[in-house]
Design a protein around this ligand. Sequence first.
Ligand SMILES: C[S@@+](CC[C@H](N)C(=O)[O-])C[C@H]1O[C@@H](n2cnc3c(N)ncnc32)[C@H](O)[C@@H]1O
Length: 169
Amino acid sequence: MLDLGCHVGGFVVHAAAAGVTAIGLDQSARALEFARRNAARNDLTSRTAFVQADMFGALDHPDLAGPFGVIVFDPPRIATGSQGRERAVTAMARSLGRLLPRLRPGGFLLACSCSHHVGRSDLDAALLAAGARDLARVHALGPGPDHPVWPGHAEGEYLRVNVYQRRAV
Ligand SMILES: C[S@@+](CC[C@H](N)C(=O)[O-])C[C@H]1O[C@@H](n2cnc3c(N)ncnc32)[C@H](O)[C@@H]1O
């Protein structure tokens, strides 16, 4: 598994605890320090690796070569207003275009947005702009009970996770 925007390693540690070899990438040295510590505390150092890099950059570190069964793409809030949506979709598409050749057939891509202005259809659009024609959306997930959404406060609904699977077309 490859987890881009791994923060303190939540997905990486859970995956490694389930027996998966997991690589976390984040730009923040501080977040990675905690992620490494969390992996070590759970005795998962041998199944985890962490890379400090820009998820919108070249993604050419050898540990990122894959192929991967699961890729998580969880960027920070990349559009602060509706005028930033198009630029966000373009940036995501560029990264996804680099990553998709590293996803195994049958593998899963989790594309996340924590920008209110970047919705599910924008995640779909980024994928299409990245040239993906063999990825079907199989789940559309949202916030858990720890992120309640108040009726009438549309901006509160800002967490989206689209899960896609690579399928034969
Ligand atoms: C939405 S959070 C990810 C949360 C994480 N997946 C979790 O479940 O806890 C976004 C993460 O992306 C990182 N980040 C921000 N800009 C980045 C960049 N350009 N490249 C790589 N990581 C970045 C932040 O440090 C943060 O950890």
